[in-house]
Design a protein around this ligand. Structure first.
Ligand SMILES: Cc1cc2nc3c(=O)[nH]c(=O)nc-3n(C[C@H](O)[C@H](O)[C@H](O)COP(=O)(O)OP(=O)(O)OC[C@H]3O[C@@H](n4cnc5c(N)ncnc54)[C@H](O)[C@@H]3O)c2cc1C
Length: 399
C-alpha cells in the first residue's frame, strides 16, 4: 500500500492516527525525517490512510472568503519579547484557556535534542510553546488527544505548520464548533537529525548540558535576531542568525524536508482559522507603531471563527489593518514554496556518508553562505524596511 508520493509526504501523521489496525508507525529516514511505515501483517487494506492524507486531498480555493490582514503585537512587552514575532499566539491561547480550553503547540523535549507537539491546560504551561523552534515537530498522538477533548466539549486551540493543521482536519473528518486552528506562515521544516547533531556538537564543545534554546532571540532586535543557547554552568552562547551555521543552513534551504520545496500549502489558501507569521516589510504609518523593531506579527483572518476570536482578543493587542499584498511582499512563503539550495544535494551526500554535521557545514554551508557578509548582502537584511525606491536605487548601483 502506498499512502502518498514519498517526496510529498509531510510527516503529518494523519495516516498513523486514523489507522484502525494501528498498522502504521513513523520511522526516521536517513535524513532524519519521520515517515509512515505500514506493517503488512496488520494492514487490512481499508484505505483510510490514503483517504485521510492531506496530500491526496484536492483543496479548493475559497474565492468568496475575503482575507482580513493585520499588523499587530501583544501589549504585554515581556511576552512579546519571549515570542518570535509580536506574541499574538499567547493572546489567543490565553483567551482559550480562560474558557477552560486546551492549547496544543510545539515544545522542545527536556534534553533540547528534538521538538514535539504537546498540550497544556494552564497559562503557566504556555511558555514552552512560545518562540519558534526551527526543527520539524513530531505530532505523536496529539490529533487523537485533541479529538478526545473536542468530543468532551472542551475548547481546543491547535497550532502548527499548515501541513499539521491540514493533517488534523483530515483526521477529524468533520468540523467542530469548539475547535480553533492557527497555522503559521512556514518557511519549511529542517531535519531533526541535523538539529540533534548540532545540539550534541554544542554540548561537546562547551562540555556542558543545554538548559535552554531560543532560535529567535530578539537581540539586537527582531529584524536582526540571534541564536541563544544556555548551558547548565558554561557561559551562554549567542550568535547572530546571519552567521550561525545551523540557522544559515535552515534559511538557505540546505536541509528542509523534501516536501517543503513542493509544499501545496505555501499560498494564501490557508489551513488555519487564523494564520500567524512575522510581518516582514512592515512600515509604520502611525506613531503608536514606532516600536515595531521589537516584533510585529502578521495576522491573517481566514474565516468567521477567526474573526470572532480576533474581535474578542483585540483589546490586548496594538494593531493596524493591512493588506494581503503587503503581507506577501515581505513573505514569499505566502505565494510559493522555498527553492532548494543548489548545493543541498552535495551537503546531504557528504553528511550521510560522514555523519559529521560540522564537517559538512564547513564544506558546504559556510562556503556557500560566505557572501552573506558582503556589504550588499548586509543591506539585503533590511530590504523589507527600506523604501521601495531606495531598494531599486541600490539594485541599479549593484548592476
Ligand atoms: C519552522 C517554522 C518556520 C517559520 N517560517 C516563517 C516564515 O518563513 N515567515 C513567517 O512570517 N513566519 C514564519 N514562522 C512563524 C513565526 O516564526 C512565528 O511562529 C509566528 O509568527 C507566531 O509568533 P508569535 O510571536 O505570535 O508567537 P510565538 O510565541 O513565537 O508562537 C510560537 C507558536 O509557534 C508554534 N511552533 C513553534 N515551533 C514550532 C514547530 N517547530 N512546529 C510547529 N509549530 C511550532 C508554537 O506551538 C506556537 O504556536 C515559522 C515558524 C516555524 C516554527
Amino acid at each position: 500500500m502506498i499512502i502518498c508520493d514519498k517526496e510529498l509526504c509531510t510527516g503529518c501523521q494523519a495516516c498513523v492516527s486514523v489507522c484502525p489496525q494501528s498498522a502504521i508507525t513513523m520511522q526516521a529516514d536517513k535524513k532524519g525525517f519521520l515517515r509512515p511505515i505500514i506493517n503488512d501483517q496488520l494492514c487490512n487494506n481499508c484505505g483510510f490512510c490514503i483517504k485521510s492524507c492531506p496530500i491526496n486531498i484536492n483543496y479548493k480555493k475559497d474565492e468568496k472568503q475575503e482575507k482580513i490582514v493585520y499588523a499587530a503585537w501583544n501589549k504585554n512587552s515581556k511576552i512579546r519579547k519571549r515570542s518570535s514575532s509580536g506574541g499574538v499566539f499567547t493572546v489567543i491561547a490565553n483567551y482559550i484557556l480562560d474558557k477552560n480550553g486546551v492549547v496544543f503547540g510545539a515544545r522542545w523535549t527536556n534534553d533540547y535534542m528534538a521538538v514535539v507537539h504537546d498540550y497544556c491546560e494552564t497559562k503557566e504551561g504556555l511558555s514552552v510553546f512560545q518562540g519558534s523552534k526551527y526543527v520539524q515537530s513530531n505530532i505523536g498522538d496529539n490529533y487523537k488527544k485533541a479529538k478526545n477533548f473536542l468530543e468532551n466539549n472542551r475548547f481546543v486551540l491547535f497550532s502548527g505548520t499548515p501541513c499539521q493543521i491540514a493533517g488534523l482536519k483530515s483526521y477529524l473528518k468533520k468540523p467542530y464548533p469548539n475547535l480553533l486552528t492557527i497555522d503559521l506562515v512556514c518557511h519549511g521544516v529542517p531535519s531533526s537529525k541535523v538539529w540533534k547533531d548540532y545540539a550534541t556538537y554544542m554540548e561537546e564543545k562547551h562540555n556542558d548540558k543545554i538548559t535552554n534554546v531560543q532560535l529567535k532571540y530578539k537581540k539586537p532586535s527582531w529584524l536582526s535576531s540571534s541564536i541563544k543557547i544556555t548551558f547548565k554552568d558554561s557561559p551562554t552562547y549567542l550568535e547572530s542568525v546571519f552567521t550561525n551555521p545551523y540557522y544559515l543552513g535552515f534559511v538557505k534551504n540546505f536541509y528542509l524536508r523534501d516536501s517543503c520545496y513542493k509544499c501545496k500549502f505555501s499560498n494564501i489558501n490557508r489551513q488555519g482559522d487564523i494564520t500567524l507569521g512575522d510581518f516582514w516589510g512592515y512600515q509604520p504609518y502611525s506613531l503608536k507603531f514606532i516600536g515595531y523593531n521589537k516584533g510585529v506579527s502578521l495576522i491573517i483572518i481566514n474565516n468567521n471563527s477567526g474573526n470572532t476570536i480576533f474581535n474578542s482578543v483585540s483589546k490586548n493587542l496594538v494593531f493596524e489593518k493591512s493588506t494581503i499584498e503587503k503581507a506577501i511582499r515581505g513573505n514569499l512563503n505566502l505565494k510559493e514554496p522555498q527553492k532548494k539550495h543548489e548545493a543541498s544535494k552535495d551537503f546531504w551526500k557528504e553528511y550521510i556518508k560522514t555523519s559529521n554535521f560540522i564537517y559538512s557545514i564547513k564544506s558546504y554551508i559556510k562556503q556557500n553562505c560566505q557572501k552573506t557578509n558582503s556589504f550588499f548582502n548586509k543591506l539585503r537584511r533590511y530590504k523589507y524596511i527600506l523604501p521601495i525606491w531606495f531598494v531599486k536605487f541600490i539594485k541599479k548601483i549593484k548592476k
